[in-house]
Ligand binder design. Structure first.
Ligand code: MTE
Ligand code: CO
Length: 417
């Protein structure tokens, strides 16, 4: 067995060296019309600068869109759609592709009549207009938002065929906003003020209890995403940002923050967003998102179409507890692991992008990625996670994902034991 592993390892090494040598893959094909013909777009003038006052992607990118799974939720206004992770690169999710999760549809809020109230255990109850909020010092920070239910359908077995559906309840955005601490300090939190309750202005009136330490640490009241106003889907004109913690707490269309001396035990933190163990006990207040990663290409929606030879594997990794200093990739279902290359900025509680290039010999692959975070925590296998947490939950599944790739390059969601 040990000998077998060594042979396999040295084979993989040889493969990698080969990859470096064959990076230049563009071969000249005699008479290729894409070279010899004059294309239509070279024969006429294009549209002028007045044609697209707010730009949209090329019509050739129409397939790049959020998608939902019809059987998953009863009604589109209390539903979810998914980020097309397999179509993206780098670390930033474009605004129009950020997954959406609404409990009562998209509230279309007029910023002129929107207010943010701070009440409860404060020295002075305050009400801010949007203009008032803009007069606090602003900060820019990049964070991922992951719904606690991301990958939730995969607990009991491989189910959804595509990383958009298995892992697409996440987006990674640069927020501009005011540290919540400044706003709470303006109101003056009383010594017995230990919790906050943010509330949304949508018809669901979403609320969650958040400990004051987190509120004063890195939470933000954000009004811009990736430089422009929040999209209505994401809580325009203002949302709460709760870095590294489950998406449900990031209240959209934020209208009120109450300060209290204990948690409120509302719906979203009792019957929902708790993990039911085998013995019937529940794990509650599971706020932090554990380190996780997924290979986005190749994957079921993004097969290998170029045949064997130089192949680029890429994916994303993140942790609610810090940065991702290391991601490992295996192409043989975990027999051999190799370090992936992380490229792009490594921000705290933000998505990281990794790459792994290799020479594919055309044989079947079992692809997996494994994230290590800055606390030393390592992403578990599915069975390791099940041992601790059972299979009742839909929340906080951060286990290692496996894609099977056949000789034709077609990928499928599978589980290996
Ligand atoms: N805030 C309000 N007011 N209403 C909602 O339905 N959904 C929550 C949270 N904040 C929700 C909300 C859930 S469950 C998640 S996962 C995130 O918003 C989703 O944020 P997004 O729509 O920007 O992806
Ligand atoms: Co959610």
């Amino acid at each position: 067995m040990a000998e077998n592993n060594t042979t396999r390892r040295s084979f993989l090494k040889a493969g990698l060296t080969g990859a470096a040598a064959t990076i230049a893959t563009g071969a000249y094909a005699e008479g290729d019309p894409a070279i010899t013909e004059i294309q239509p777009w070279m024969q006429e003038l294009g549209e002028g600068v007045d044609a697209r006052p707010y730009g949209t992607p090329s019509p050739f990118e129409k397939h790049v869109k959020r998608r939902n799974v019809e059987w998953l939720t009863a009604d589109p206004v209390s539903s979810v759609n998914f980020t097309p992770l397999h179509e993206l690169d780098g670390i930033i999710t474009p605004n129009g592709l950020c997954f959406e999760r609404h409990h009562a549809g998209i509230a279309e809020v007029d910023p002129a009549v929107h207010r943010l109230m701070i009440n409860g255990l404060v020295e002075k109850e305050l009400v801010f207009t949007m203009q008032d909020l803009m007069r606090f010092p602003r900060e820019n920070r990049v964070y991922f938002l992951e719904c606690a239910a991301n990958t939730g359908m995969e607990w009991r077995g491989a189910q959804l065929n595509g990383c958009q559906f298995t892992h697409g309840m996440i987006h990674n955005v640069m927020y501009t906003g005011v540290p919540l601490r400044y706003i709470l300090e303006a109101a003056g939190v009383k010594p017995n003020g230990k919790w906050i309750l943010p509330e949304g202005a949508d018809a669901s009136g979403m609320t969650r209890s958040i400990p004051i330490e987190k509120a004063l640490d890195d939470c933000m009241v954000a009004f811009k995403m990736n430089g422009e106003a929040l999209r209505p889907e994401q809580g325009y004109p203002v949302r709460l940002v709760v870095p590294g913690w489950e998406g449900n707490m990031w209240v959209k269309w934020l209208r009120r923050i109450e300060v209290g001396d204990q948690p409120w035990h509302h719906r979203e933190e009792t019957s929902k967003y708790t993990d039911l163990f085998k013995d019937g006990r529940a794990r509650r207040f599971t706020w932090e998102m554990d380190a996780k990663s997924v290979i986005t290409n190749p994957s079921p929606q993004a097969p290998i179409t170029h045949g064997k030879g130089h192949t680029v594997i890429t994916g994303v990794a993140w942790s609610g507890r810090g940065t991702i200093p290391r991601v490992d990739v295996t192409i043989d279902g975990g027999k051999n692991w190799q370090k992936a290359r992380i490229s792009g900025p490594s921000f705290d509680k933000s998505m990281h992008r990794f790459y792994f290039e290799f020479d594919w010999d055309g044989r079947e692959l079992l692809l997996q990625s494994r994230a290590h975070d800055s606390t030393g925590y390592v992403q578990p296998t599915k069975n390791e996670l099940r041992k601790v947490r059972g299979e009742n939950s839909i929340y906080h599944n951060n286990s290692i994902q496996t894609w099977y790739v056949n000789e034709k390059g077609v990928a499928e969601n599978v589980e290996i034991s």
